[in-house]
Design a protein around this ligand. Structure first.
Ligand code: DAS
Length: 355
């Protein structure tokens, strides 16, 4: 190699390393999969509280954050455009299948999923349980519409791409990034209806933060995710997921919801009990009948912290307790468990991994 060319190459490499600017072709390949939500929402004016969610395309979301191209080679994919209160298991199956295909075909190094915040924790946990890949999958969204005063979507999207592009994100399972915090899929939940600081991991705390586009990790989540999970999207594409519903207990709660679920032939019920997983008398009686009819029951709690482990006051219905999973996440694990297991002992052992 001529001396002058060698000098140019060495200078370029030195300059890029000093400025942390990688040549575009060396930047990680990140695919942004858009599903809708407030991050894609539009309001009639920047100060108007109400807005239409799920209006903008993934291309527009990417155009709003030109700095994404300094971090990675970005591609966009519009899976759907829904407010996430309308998320379905059918969309989950499609989303997981697209992600599996992109990674299996080596088409990208990491993925960001833009999503509504209402059910983001559920989609994240489902993906955490069924994706057989160590590559980063990061969910993010917004609490304010794209043209709202103080819109949080662009910063959340930038942080999510930075995390997905960082080698430190590999092997940590599916994560979510909101308001500079990094959460583990199994641990986080929405704890505020309107504030940009809308998420917490009540029992565990965030697993890290994003500072200046770089992740700072406090810890790794329990390794019961992705490649360590017992489920894979490849076994789920040809089946209909079992029907599992959630019932809330409260003072005087009647047996009507449980009786209706038994009559409708559900395969599983998660009870969001009071306290450490306790039920009203009517729910207790109807749950006993459900168990006798072969329904799998998981005893959870509506209480934000502490979960439901052993020492529950009365384990009359089954030995399955939710551990530190919220009722809405216990439902997802029970749905998947019933695609593989058919005894209370097997399902109880699986839930024990989340205790
Ligand atoms: N409609 C809610 C949703 O799509 C709002 C949001 O995204 O925050 O989840």
């Amino acid at each position: 190699m001529k001396k002058s060319l060698k000098k140019y190459v060495l200078t370029t490499i030195l300059l890029c390393s000093v400025l942390q600017i990688l040549p575009a072709e060396n930047r990680p390949r990140i695919t942004i999969i858009a599903t809708g939500g407030t991050i894609a929402g539009i309001s009639s004016s920047p100060t108007e509280a109400s807005y239409d969610p799920a209006r903008l395309s993934v291309e527009v979301l990417m155009e709003q954050v030109p700095a994404l191209n300094d971090v990675a080679q970005i591609n966009g994919f519009q899976l759907c455009n829904v407010a996430s209160q309308h998320m379905t298991t059918a969309i989950w199956i499609r989303l997981a299948s697209v992600i599996d295909s992109l990674f299996s075909n080596g088409q990208c190094d990491g993925i960001v999923v833009t999503h509504g915040t209402d059910t983001m924790e559920e989609t994240a946990f489902f993906l955490d349980l069924v994706l057989p890949h160590q590559n980063p999958v990061i969910l993010t969204g917004a609490m304010r519409p794209s043209n709202g005063l103080g819109a949080d979507g662009p910063a959340n999207l930038f942080n999510a791409v930075c995390l997905a592009a960082d080698s430190a994100a590999h092997g940590r399972g599916v994560m979510a990034v909101m308001n500079d915090y990094i959460f583990a899929a199994a641990e986080f939940t929405k704890t505020h209806t309107v504030n940009p600081q809308a998420f917490e991991s009540p029992d565990h705390g965030p697993i890290g933060v994003i500072r200046g586009g770089k992740p700072v990790f406090f810890r790794s989540p329990r390794p019961v995710h992705t490649v360590h999970s017992r489920f894979s999207i490849r076994q789920l594409q040809q089946i209909v997921l079992p029907r599992v519903e959630v019932v809330l207990s409260y003072a005087g709660a009647s047996s009507i919801p449980v009786e209706a679920l038994i009559e409708n032939g559900v395969e599983g019920i998660v009870v969001a009990g009071v306290g450490h997983g306790n039920y009203s008398l009517d729910i207790e009686k109807s749950i006993d009948r459900a168990v006798r009819c072969g329904v799998f029951v998981v005893r959870g709690s509506r209480v934000l912290r502490g979960g439901v482990t052993f020492g529950v006051e009365s384990l009359s219905d089954s030995q399955i307790v939710s551990g530190f999973l919220s009722p809405q996440k216990a439902r997802i694990l029970l749905m998947l468990a019933l695609t593989r297991y058919n005894t209370v002992e097997q399902v109880g052992e699986l839930f024990g991994r989340y205790r």
